[in-house]
Design a protein around this ligand. Structure first.
Ligand SMILES: *Cc1c(COP(=O)(O)O)cnc(C)c1O
Length: 384
């Protein structure tokens, strides 16, 4: 089943190879920062925040050193405190739960909708208990959560709603940009994300009070009048990171076009391969296609996701089983049944067992995609 003449690709193809914007623009911005001798939390950060608020149609943006710290500051700025329970989906990157757990907020894992992969509002409602104070939804792979239903649930039970929008920039929910929903949303600009600032993140919100608190809390709790008004952390963004973030944001339309074309090409290339389906973005919404995720139905394909992953890796296609194991199955959480809802979470676990992210983004060519698709076709036994 493997290529007798060696791997299909001589150079490894990665999931999440960075999308780079215009290098000259980046260099100019860095020169500007050096000329000003202002290296962190300065004019480039302010410009990045303004651009993000504009792109997402939100009132306020507070740039952060990463999304993990962003979730923590957003939680604190929204009034959540240690000991509170917050509902999170089982199917997500571990940072979603870690961000809360690390500040003493208890992540309570919920099952997800099978198709969208996002938190199931019905299951979430059943898990609401006396200590539940919030919901942290994840727009996983850029697919928006069931935002209206979560808002309604939160209203009835007096909960804070936050969104981990690490995959969400450039996506919409009912035609409006991700970013403006819930009390606040948090983006990630990690190197592997769609828009990147080396490392970075941002909190966006329409709530002036939450924005003001977040801005202070990211900088040791210092308010604009130079008083320490809150307990805070240091989660500021550097000017260098903001230079990269601005440059990356300017190229977002190019990244989107490349990802959309890649998605179409994979869909065509993998059409008719038994047991292999390309995950689709939400119907009728704008999507960033940051991730190209296939699902492997082992019974239909005659091969399990893990084996396909292994064979692709041997051929230098470095696919990734995002997100497996499911978050609640990881050691720090699986070990602590007191800290989450009754398990298992069958739909989150089934999804985690099937998904495989394939290389996409601006670094992958149409020819690469055709070859990857053909390789998968050859590796799927029931496809021959
Ligand atoms: C990447 C990611 C994060 C963490 O973002 P950082 O900026 O690396 O801290 C959080 N949640 C999800 C779903 C992610 O994919």
């Amino acid at each position: 089943m493997t290529n007798a003449d060696g791997p299909e690709f001589t150079e490894p193809l990665h999931v999440g190879r960075p999308n780079l914007g215009d290098r000259d623009r980046f260099r100019q911005r860095i020169e500007g920062a050096l000329d000003r001798q202002w290296l962190t939390d300065g004019p480039l950060v302010a410009e990045f925040e303004a651009a993000l608020a504009e792109v997402t149609g939100t009132g306020y943006c507070v740039a952060m050193c990463n999304a993990t710290a962003g979730i923590q500051v957003a939680a604190r700025a929204s009034g959540l405190v240690a000991g509170d329970e917050v509902l999170v989906p089982g199917f997500t990157w571990v940072a979603t739960a870690h961000a809360l757990d690390w500040i003493g907020i208890v992540p309570v894992f919920c099952d997800v909708d099978e198709v969208s992969g996002t938190i199931d509002p019905d299951h979430a409602e059943r898990l609401i208990g006396p200590r539940t104070r919030g919901i942290l939804g994840v727009h996983v792979f850029g697919h928006p959560c069931e935002i209206d239903r979560l808002a309604e649930l939160a209203w009835r039970h007096d909960l804070v709603v936050l969104y981990d929008a690490a995959h969400g920039i450039g996506c919409t929910y009912r035609g409006s940009p991700i970013g403006g929903f819930g009390t606040a949303e948090v983006f990630s600009f990690h190197a592997n994300k769609y828009v990147n600032s080396f490392e970075g993140g941002a909190i966006v919100t329409n709530d002036a009070v939450v924005a003001g608190r977040a801005r202070a809390m990211r900088n040791f709790g210092i308010t604009p009048d130079r008083k320490v008004a809150f307990a805070g952390t240091n989660a500021k963004l550097t000017e260098g990171a903001a230079a990269m973030g601005l440059t990356s944001l300017e190229s977002m339309p190019d990244f989107a076009a490349a990802n959309r074309a890649n998605h179409r090409r994979y869909r065509a290339g993998l059409a008719g391969v038994p047991g292999i389906s390309v995950r689709e973005q939400a119907d009728g919404e704008v999507a960033n296609h940051q991730y190209l995720v296939i699902e492997v139905d082992a019974a239909l394909a005659g091969i399990h996701r893990d084996r396909l992953h292994e064979l692709l890796t041997r051929n230098n296609v470095l696919s990734r089983p995002y997100f497996h194991p499911a978050c609640h199955q990881l050691l720090p959480y699986a070990d602590r049944p007191d800290r989450h809802a009754p398990l298992p979470l069958p739909r989150a676990e089934a999804l985690a067992d099937r998904v495989l992210a394939l290389p996409t983004g601006t670094a992958v060519t149409a020819t690469d995609i055709d070859r990857i698709s053909d390789l998968i076709r050859r590796l799927v036994p029931n496809g021959c």
